[in-house]
Design a protein around this ligand. Structure first.
Ligand SMILES: [Zn+2]
Length: 65
C-alpha cells in the first residue's frame, strides 16, 4: 500500500502514512519502532501500528473465551 491510501478495517478508518527518520513512531501493539517506510494510523484515535498484522490485532474486538 502507498502513503495517503485510506481504507476501512473492522469499522475503523485507517490511513497509510509515510514514515520518516525524523518521525519514528512506536507501534501500539508490539511496542517496536515502526521499521518500514509506511505505518498505519487509525482515524478515530492516535493508534499507530507498524504493520497490518499489528493493526489487525489492535482493531479486532476482544474475543470472549
Ligand atoms: Zn507492531
Amino acid at each position: 500500500m502507498k502513503p495517503g491510501f485510506r481504507f476501512k478495517y473492522y469499522s475503523s478508518k485507517v490511513e497509510v502514512r509515510r514514515n520518516s527518520n525524523s518521525t519514528r513512531l512506536n507501534c501500539v501493539e508490539c511496542g517496536n519502532r515502526c521499521p518500514r517506510y509506511i505505518y498505519y494510523k487509525n482515524d478515530n484515535s492516535v493508534t499507530v501500528t507498524c504493520s497490518l498484522n499489528c493493526l489487525e490485532k489492535k482493531l479486532i474486538p476482544l474475543k470472549t473465551f
